[in-house]
Design a binder for this molecule. Structure first.
Ligand code: ADP
Ligand code: MG
Length: 718
């Protein structure tokens, strides 16, 4: 099939005709959360005692009284059926990073030939999907292949709609029968307990007797690409791998930077409005949308929420963006690097902590007391990031994210913190004791002596840092666009909880020795900053000089995902996660296995797809062009020159294919770790050589013999 596509027809033929587009008037207020079983909605449907019992489960983790589960289930089913749902599903997040659902009908046939609708308490609380096809990292031996899903009453149930129906989705955790977590939600919920107890303990030291509950908050910005569906189906690499394995750079990329924040083309804007409309109905507070840096790249960001809900919502954002695109003849690419040489996509995870009274613990305060509390929590973050650089790198480690981290557009694989000049200066003054310090006692004295007024809204921005303070939260930018945010949040919650506890312990010890709280606090801030200052870097993270400097400072530089994943099940990390009951040693080890497994499989598929496209599409296309030229007659000097050039390029491609084929035949051993190493050290370089040869051919092969839509075509049709 001559593969090239007619750009004109693709650009012109797409029409909104027949696409049901929601009208903007019913956006937000009327639509928001209409497909969510909110607490209020549920309360109205339950009797007082049942409601109270349910709240106890929700807020204090009490076991749900089996006597009330049938009543709750009935209320949920009635609500869902009123919304048009015919099925329900336990919606969960296996370690693949996606979400899984197995739909069960509400309607049960009866022996007399009629049907009744049913959804019992038992079915609400626990489900039994066949777990054997979800990754478990060896936690689930095949003889006990079953796993179970358990209702998470802290995240509301919701309705997922499709063209002619709807399903009630019950957010659940997923575990093996031995009780080991097989999903991303379980450890996240456990890490929320860690952040809660450590912050409450610290707040009490600061004299806060009111706060009852602290949770971490997350707002995740999602970047993605949109391309026309026509191109997608003509690119087996996109279909198989989610990214292009071939493609010469177009003469114009993002150099002009005219796309960034530019006006959004109508078709795209309509698509975005549609997706947002659905997300609003799901109770997801989408706030911003704009064009991103690369052509064809866009971003959407919600208002932040409690991190467990934010993580569930993030999965839904990806799902809705993907499914809605098809309605508009588009494909949404979530891959971290769909196009080489063009900016990749990330997911900026904004993270903070909030009390039940709504106080943001990373917001610099108005008073010196509040400022000291802020500096304390901020110091805990600095310490955590320095001590656990490995974990921050590991939780974003994947084959696709390797194309992004460390390239000149995304944060480097070295973890560091951008604090901004003003805040850095404040800590430095504390360390040096400049400005007096302990002459007067009491907060006011301390504060006014040591502290300048803290920036209310830090104005300085740094896009090159993997972990940046942005005024009242930290922004973790190394997270990949396609990954689940659950594990990164779990890591942040756990390492920061541990740090807060460590600082509290030191303060308490000093107070036992009769030091005042204020003096102890100042000492702890001073020591902590002095010890972990090396992790602060306010400069250009993309520069080569930073790599040298980071090495001098002794910071970890885990270049590839494989280097990073190797560190997951270390003694330090096992101790950390098990002491906070977030992940047992077994569960952690299982995750390491799963990460290696995903890495190896991803690259393996790419290696084989590369070989296959090069051999069966690109090489034949080039040969047809070569034959045509020879038929034209090599006595023409220009033809002779082209034939010589093409012959060289064809040979280079052919050699590279032979080499890749040999690497693809190998697996690199029996275990996922050695397989991953083989993929990284042998398959990826061999793939790259095939690509270089093929991209060179693309520049000299007649357009009508080139089998794949080019970057020039895919990225610029709107
Ligand atoms: P910026 O100007 O830094 O981009 P925005 O207010 O636009 O700040 O926020 C960017 C993202 O950060 C949004 O998704 C937002 O919800 C999130 N965010 C803001 N405050 C917090 C917070 N306290 N905790 C977690 N995320 C937050
Ligand atoms: Mg941002």
């Amino acid at each position: 099939m001559p593969s090239n596509v007619d750009m004109t027809s693709i650009a012109r033929n797409w029409r909104l005709d027949g696409v049901q587009v929601p009208t903007p008037s019913d956006v937000v207020a009327e639509v928001f959360a209409t497909d969510v079983l909110t607490l209020e909605e549920l309360r109205q449907r339950l009797s007082k005692p049942v409601w109270r019992s349910l709240l106890a489960t929700r807020d204090r983790g009490a076991v749900l009284d089996p006597a009330i589960s049938d009543t709750v289930a009935l209320a949920m089913k009635t609500w869902a059926m009123e919304k048009g749902a015919t099925h329900y599903t336990h919606w969960f997040q296996p370690l693949t990073g996606s979400t899984a659902e197995k739909h069960e009908s509400f309607v049960m046939p009866t022996s007399d030939g009629s049907a009744i609708s049913q959804f019992s308490g038992k079915e609400l609380i626990q489900g039994e999907p066949d777990a054997s096809s979800f990754p478990s990292g060896g936690l689930r031996a095949t003889f006990e292949a079953r796993g179970y899903t358990a209702w998470d009453p802290t995240s509301p149930a919701f309705i997922m709609r499709h063209s002619n129906g709807a399903t009630l989705c019950v957010p659940t955790a997923f575990a093996s029968w031995t009780g080991d977590a097989l999903d991303n939600k379980t450890p996240l919920l456990r890490s929320l307990e860690a952040i809660h107890s450590s912050t409450i303990r610290a707040l009490r030291l600061f004299g806060d007797t009111e706060s009852q509950r602290v949770e971490s908050t997350v707002g995740a910005e999602q970047e993605y690409f949109l391309i026309d569906e026509e191109f997608y189906y003509r690119r087996p690499d996109l279909v198989m791998c989610g990214r292009t394995l071939f493609g010469a750079r177009p003469p114009r990329g993002q150099e002009l930077e005219d796309h960034y924040f530019g006006s959004i083309p109508d078709r795209i804007l309509t698509y975005m409005t549609d997706a947002e409309h659905q997300l609003y109905a799901l109770g997801i507070p989408i706030k911003t949308r704009h064009n991103e840096v690369a052509p064809g790249q866009f971003e959407v960001a919600p208002i932040f929420e409690s991190s467990n809900i934010a993580a569930d919502h993030q999965q839904l954002v990806m799902q809705v963006l993907r499914t809605t695109a098809r309605k508009y003849g588009l494909v949404c690419l979530m891959h971290e690097k769909p196009f080489a040489g063009v900016n990749g996509s990330g997911k900026h995870v904004n993270w903070s902590m909030s009390t039940d009274a709504g106080q943001n613990l990373l917001e610099p305060g108005e008073t010196p007391h509040d400022n000291m509390q802020f500096l304390f929590f901020c110091a805990a973050v600095i310490r955590a990031v320095d001590l656990h650089q490995d974990l921050l790198r590991i939780c974003v480690a994947s084959a696709p994210n390797d194309h992004r981290l460390g390239a000149n557009e995304a944060p480097p694989a070295i973890m560091s913190i951008f604090l901004g000049e003003q805040l850095t200066e404040v800590y430095e003054r504390i360390v040096s004791g400049k400005g007096g310090g302990s002459k007067k006692s009491g907060f006011l004295g301390l504060g006014t002596q040591v502290l300048p007024k803290l920036p209310q809204h830090a104005s300085d921005r740094n896009r090159t840092s993997p972990f940046a303070f942005t005024g009242n939260k930290f922004e973790f930018r190394a997270v990949g666009s396609s990954q689940s945010v659950s594990f990164p949040i779990t890591v942040l919650n756990t390492i920061i909880a541990e740090s807060i506890d460590a600082l509290s312990t030191t303060i308490e010890a000093r107070m036992k020795k009769k030091q005042s709280f204020e003096a102890a606090l100042l000492e702890v801030l001073k020591d902590t900053y002095a010890k972990h200052e090396r992790i602060i870097f306010n400069g250009d993270g993309y520069s080569g000089a930073w790599h040298t400097e980071a090495e001098r400072r002794g910071l970890l530089g885990l270049r590839t995902a494989v280097d990073a994943i190797e560190h997951l099940h270390s003694k330090k990390n096992t101790g950390l996660f098990s002491s906070y009951n977030v992940l047992s040693s077994r569960e952690l080890e299982a995750r390491q296995e799963v990460f290696f497994d995903l890495y190896f499989k991803t690259v393996n598929i790419e290696g084989e797809t590369t070989e296959w496209i090069a051999q069966t599409q690109i090489l034949p296309g080039a040969l047809r062009h070569l034959r045509e030229m020879k038929e034209t007659g090599v006595e023409i000097a220009g033809v002779q020159r082209a034939v010589t050039e093409m012959t060289g390029a064809v040979n280079a491609l052919s050699d590279a294919i032979v080499e890749l084929r040999a690497q693809n035949m190998e697996l690199g051993g029996d275990d996922v770790h050695s397989k991953s190493i083989h993929m990284r050290d042998n398959v990826i370089p061999a793939m790259n050589r095939v690509r270089v040869a093929a991209d060179a051919l693309e520049r000299i092969t007649a357009h009508d013999h080139w089998p794949l839509p080019s970057y020039r075509e895919m990225l610029f049709v709107k």
